[in-house]
Structures are given as C-alpha cells and as structure tokens.
Ligand binder design. Structure first.
Ligand SMILES: Nc1nc2c(c(=O)[nH]1)N[C@@H](CN(C=O)c1ccc(C(=O)N[C@@H](CCC(=O)O)C(=O)O)cc1)CN2
Length: 295
C-alpha cells in the first residue's frame, strides 16, 4: 500500500505556483488577488478561509477577506459579490460554504462573474467542464486529478466508483474521471444515498472516490484488494483520548481499508490540502485571464 501524500504533492504544486507567479510578475503581470467571503462564524469555515488567506501570502498572492454577519440578507450578500465582480483589483472570488440556511447557495454562486469563479462552482464553469472546454475546475476534484497525475497513476480503462453526487465534488469527479485525459479515461459509476447495491458496485471498483460526508462509511468488506481509494471526507468525531476532545476522520475506515489498497489518501493530510492547490491554480489562471465586469 502506498499513501497518496497531500503534504508532499501540495508542497510540490505550491512550489510550481510560486515560480509561475514570479515569472508572471517579471513579465509585468500583477499579483493574483483572491477575495474570500465568510458569512457567520462557523469554526471549520473560519479555519478553511484562514488557510486560504495564509496560502495566498505564501504563494505571493494578494488576498481580501470579507467577513459578513450570519444574519446578512441574501440580497446584501449578492450585492457584495457584485461589488467584487466590478472591482478590477480582484481576480478571483469565493464564497465559503456552507452558507446560513436562509441564503440560497445557488443564487449567490450564480452572482459570481464566471471569469472570477475560482471555486469552479458557477453553472458556466460546470457547463464548460462538462463539454471539455477550458475553465475553472471545482477545487477538490481538480486537486484529486493533480494528485493522481503526480503519482503517474494511469486510470485508463479502470472502473471508478464515485460515492456522492454533490455539485462540488461527486458530480464533477464523475465528469473528470470519464474524460479522454490521463488521469481520466475511466468507466465511471456514480453512487448516492439511494443506491441499492452499493457494496456490489464498490467491490467492482478499481478506484473508489468517497465523498459522502459520513465518518468511516466505506469499510474493508466494500473494497476490492488492490483498489485505489480517494477519501474526500472531513468529519470531526469525538475522541476523549485527544487533548482537544475530537479528531478528524474521513469517509473511509482507514485503519482497516488501507492494508487492502494499492494507494489510499489519508485524512487529514490528503485531499483537503489538494483542494487549496486547485483553488490557488484557478486564482493564478484568473489573474492571467483578467475579466472584470465594467462598472
Ligand atoms: N467555497 C468553498 N467552500 C467549501 C469548499 C470549497 O472548495 N469551496 N470545500 C470545503 C471546505 N474546504 C475548502 O473550503 C477545505 C476543507 C479541508 C481542507 C484541508 O486542508 N483539510 C486538512 C485538515 C484541516 C483541519 O485540520 O481541519 C486536511 O485534510 O489535511 C481545506 C479546504 C467545504 N466548503
């Protein structure tokens, strides 16, 4: 079993991005500038946005963090997004998810100008991805593809079972893995909460992408020996043995599944770190494309 190491791969990709930014600036380009919107004070969201801002500093990007109250109206939030759309200094905009229940994430995402949609969540970005056109790829699936590429895993002809059908991970993952690219060229099955014969399907999988959001859901008896397992889950569970009283686990029962696998991503230090790489690569691309809605 080989661990797909998010620390190693993200370190390598960040180094590439840093060098690309320096080259871009040496050629007269402006520092990429990411604007992150954080609504409310969900501790996990605070941590993820904080990490994005720190990565901007590390890679030589500018960043702006806009903190908005949890009771902001949807209209006021969309007005902030539109203000950033028109701000020529801003290259990329992200709105940290989840949003409070009274705000429709679709309405807010749809308000982001597609040229600044560095999360790759806008319908235009997703549509272009579906058609195989150049676009911003959703950060987590993009990061997973970068990781498979780094380890030179040839997925052509493999059966890839994706568990989860979210717009930001499961669905785009099925599209990217079935494209005529390497990695890609896989035969893909998408499973979800209504799938009846999940274990039957996962046992046929050469690659499992687990993005269900349930701690340790994928167990050893669901995994074929030699399979590649990509764990997208980030679940915080109680652990009285830890000083903090809790710890992170993925959607895969790592301790029992890992011995069966050819490759597996750990949680933490796996896919999560690659998500940030996907976002940073998209932000650099946005800076190079430079699209701003005229005032
Ligand atoms: N606007 C967005 N919102 C959300 C996204 C997203 O891509 N865009 N994805 C997730 C959260 N997320 C990024 O925002 C994210 C999750 C996890 C990590 C990460 O680095 N995880 C570390 C562990 C971190 C920890 O200790 O808590 C790891 O896996 O090693 C980065 C980004 C939902 N919202």
């Amino acid at each position: 079993m080989q661990l797909l190491d998010g620390v190693l791969v993200s370190g390598h990709i960040k180094e590439q991005i840093k060098q690309e930014v320096q080259k871009w600036q040496a050629a007269g380009g402006k520092k990429p500038h990411l604007a992150a919107i954080l609504v409310g004070n969900n501790p996990a969201s605070e941590a993820y946005v904080g990490s994005k801002v720190k990565h901007c500093e590390e890679l030589g990007f500018d960043s702006t963090l806009l903190r908005l109250p949890a009771d902001i109206t949807e209209a006021a939030l969309i007005a902030e997004v539109e203000r950033l759309n028109h701000d020529a200094a801003i290259d990329g905009i992200l709105v940290q998810l989840p949003l409070p229940d009274h705000i429709s994430p679709d309405s807010v995402i749809n308000a982001i100008h597609p040229g600044k949609d560095v999360d790759g969540f806008h319908p235009i970005s997703q549509g272009r991805m579906l058609l195989g056109q150049p676009t911003f790829l959703p950060a987590t699936p993009y990061g997973i593809m970068l990781m498979l590429e780094y380890y030179k895993i040839n997925t052509a002809g493999m059966h890839c079972v994706v568990i989860g059908r979210s717009n930001i991970v499961g669905t785009p993952m099925t599209i990217l893995m079935s494209r005529a690219t390497n990695p890609g060229n896989a035969t893909v099955t998408m499973c979800h909460s209504r799938t009846r014969n999940l274990k039957e399907l996962t046992l046929q999988a050469d690659i499992i992408v687990a993005a269900i959001g349930r701690p340790r859901y994928v167990t050893a008896e669901m995994v074929k020996p030699g399979a590649i397992v990509i764990d997208v889950g980030i679940n915080r569970i109680d652990d009285p043995t830890r000083k903090s009283g809790s710890r992170l686990v993925g959607d895969v029962d790592f301790d029992n599944v890992a011995p069966l696998c050819s490759y597996i991503t750990p949680v933490p230090k796996g896919v999560g770190l690659m998500t940030i790489c996907g976002l940073m690569k998209n932000t650099l691309l946005a800076a190079k494309m430079k699209e701003t809605v005229p005032a």
